[in-house]
Design a protein around this ligand. Structure first.
Ligand code: SF4
Length: 306
């Protein structure tokens, strides 16, 4: 059973993405209202070697032999820059494959010089910016008490000046929270200062932590694209899920720990593996570590820690 490496999963931006999760489940310095993994249970800014780097690399060595993929993406079950050896991890990835290495981060620690140094060798860094001031930051991202908006956003501006790779900034739009023209113009003001290479507009398509979180209507999303000079992620196509794990239920569990799967995604994944789909669905529904969440007229399977 692989513990740290999963997929490849289809990523709307990164193609077939072999994921690495260097952080324990729900260990993060934010507790975003829209998080698809549920509420943060370990809200921390402590940087340490949460999992031994050597163990992560050993798993990666096996996985690069098993699959073809487009990108190795450091992401996962919490905020990856909390891993104190993220720089060594990126350096090891670059030795193992010529494919691109991306880091999906909430961007909260880009002011930290060790984090900046650690990320220098990544090809793409994908930070998030959903707020425009302290109040909106607290309302949407619910950060650790030691973080403040100014520090985080200034960190992104500083990092941009030092980092030679690509920065793809993501803005998660939540209806009524950050999708008005006024909100978007303020976020756009920060984006102008950060100067990312690309801007992606995202919406909470997978089950959010707070049930009141809603997707803005299409006219708002289009307006956001124009104001933020971004591309709506819904336009970027998706592919198929894969896993190096033989047992289909284990494979699905390893994916949904990081990425809830829709009913149709589970069906497609199981069919591709020649499984009895009804049996897989039944085993999932009976698994105490799985919760079934219904949103936007769809059913999703999400990991639940017992
Ligand atoms: S969305 Fe990302 S940054 Fe926000 S709580 Fe979840 S893991 Fe942390």
């Amino acid at each position: 059973m692989f513990k740290y490496v999963y997929g490849p999963v289809p990523s709307r931006r990164l193609g077939e993405s072999l994921g690495i999760s260097p952080i324990p489940f729900k260990t993060c310095d934010y507790s975003c209202v829209y998080c698809q993994l549920g509420r943060t249970t370990n809200l921390t800014v402590e940087r340490k070697e949460y999992f031994p780097l050597e163990d992560i690399i050993d798993e990666l060595k096996e996985n690069v032999k098993l699959f073809s993929f487009d990108t190795v993406t450091i992401v996962g079950e919490g905020e990856p820059t909390l891993h104190s050896r993220i720089g060594d991890l990126i350096a090891s990835i670059k030795k193992l494959t010529t494919k691109k290495c991306a880091v999906i981060t909430n961007g909260s620690l880009l002011w930290n010089e060790d984090v900046q140094k650690g990320l220098m060798k990544a090809d793409i860094v994908l930070p998030s910016l959903d707020a425009w001031d302290e109040e909106s930051f607290k309302r949407i991202n619910r950060p650790h008490g030691s973080l403040n908006f100014e520090k985080v956003v200034e960190g992104m501006i500083t990092f941009r000046k030092k980092y030679k790779g690509e920065i793809w900034l993501e803005v998660m739009l939540v209806s009524g929270l950050n999708d008005s023209d006024e909100n978007l113009l303020k976020i756009a003001g920060w984006i102008e200062k950060i100067k990312p290479d690309r801007v992606y507009v995202n919406v909470p398509v997978r089950p959010p932590t707070e049930s009141w979180v809603k997707i803005p209507d299409m006219s708002r999303i289009r307006k956001a694209e124009r104001i933020l000079k971004g591309v709506f992620m819904g336009k970027v196509t998706q592919g198929e899920f894969h896993s190096g794990l033989e047992d289909t239920l284990d494979a699905i569990m390893s994916i949904i720990r990081r990425h809830p799967m829709s009913y149709n995604e589970v069906i497609g994944f199981s069919k591709d593996r020649g499984e009895n789909v009804e049996e897989v669905l039944e085993r999932l529904r009976r698994n105490p570590n799985v919760e079934v969440v219904r949103i936007n007229n769809g059913e999703f399977f999400r990991y639940k820690k017992r």
